[in-house]
Design a protein around this ligand. Sequence first.
Ligand SMILES: *[C@@H]1O[C@H](CO)[C@@H](O)[C@H](O)[C@H]1NC(C)=O
Ligand SMILES: *[C@@H]1O[C@H](CO)[C@@H](O)[C@H](O)[C@H]1NC(C)=O
Length: 389
Amino acid sequence: MATRFILSWIFFLLCIAFFQSSNAAYNVVNFGARPDGKTDSTLPFLKAWLSACNSVIPATLYVPKGRFLLKPIVFSGPCKSKIVFQIAGTLVAPSDYWSLGNSGNWILFNKVNRVAIYGGNLDAKGAGYWSCRRAGRSCPAGSTSITFMWSSNIVVSGLTSINSQIMHVAIDHCTDVILRKLKIRAPSSSLNTDGIHVQSSTGITISSSSIMTGDDCISIGEGSKNVWIDHIACGPGHGISIGSLGDYVSEDGVQNVTVTSSVFSGTQNGVRIKSWARPSNGYARNIAFRNIIMKGVYNPIIIDQKYCPDDNGCPNQSSGVKISQVTYKNIRGTSASQIAMNFVCSSSNPCTGIRLQDIKLTYNNGAEKSSCTNAAGISTGVIIPRSCL
Ligand SMILES: *[C@@H]1O[C@H](CO)[C@@H](O)[C@H](O)[C@H]1NC(C)=O
Ligand SMILES: *[C@@H]1O[C@H](CO)[C@@H](O)[C@H](O)[C@H]1NC(C)=O
């Protein structure tokens, strides 16, 4: 009788062990993380990640409600199976901006494959860092809140990021990334707080997101290919930009980027392509901007190949970046400056294949104008302001 009892207990315990391992769920609290916003939870998060990453069956990392203090942290792969990061709570940075400021990245996913992040809030507490920058004191270079490097098959859905020190989200050397339902917030006065920056990456989809920040809502840097952006609400911010390109003489180009079904409100730019005025073998081609609404945007449509923020320390040569096959279709709304369409292309590498179709951008009841320098292409449909191509 006693033996049978013990045997059934052993069987029961084995069942529990099997059930748990087939779920492979890891709650960071069980590794010592504390939801009090004060206790350093960096090590517990790393331990939970290591367990998930070593799991041979799909693993879920769970972050419950509450505020978890994290110092700069690297989630490294490759991992043995898929990982879902399910975040109900908020990840907060230490109040002292120096503790993030020199690492370049706050939360870094490096060399991971098949990782999905659902939900979550990131609060990098950037305000102290921005005021250091504004006061011209000696400040660290700043950290991006969440970065994916050398990774593939990534999904980030429903994440909120507030008050990053510099960029909120960066995608670098990645393939097949989907970012959707992101909410990004920083004051319009915060410096270099780009919403989402993509570079050296292929197959990137960014959709259904709301971005209010101090720099570009989305920026697409060198070496980005097959990028699809839809249903973005941008503003305040500096718009959606391809560039800055031509940072270096030798750099990879940007191609096949679509921005569609988006709204820009009170932004400095709408859809922009920008390059520095210096020699470069870079390029931007097969770019489409369509179905876009501009609400009081200062430069709704702009190509700027003499990019020079604050007219300070500019290369002041002619840009080697070759811009071609850029389509603007069904773009409507209001401009906050007279030049609603502005193409400042390179004298050594004029823009070619610009296509305008159904544009209506107004400024002060008909005072709107367009301006072209070294730009060639065609227009179809109604174009307001009158095309200068
Ligand atoms: C362009 O990018 C889209 C994704 O945005 C992709 O579906 C399409 O295949 C790409 N086109 C080419 C020619 O690579
Ligand atoms: C750029 O170069 C031109 C011609 O060489 C010169 O007139 C102008 O002052 C320069 N601008 C700046 C900002 O250096």
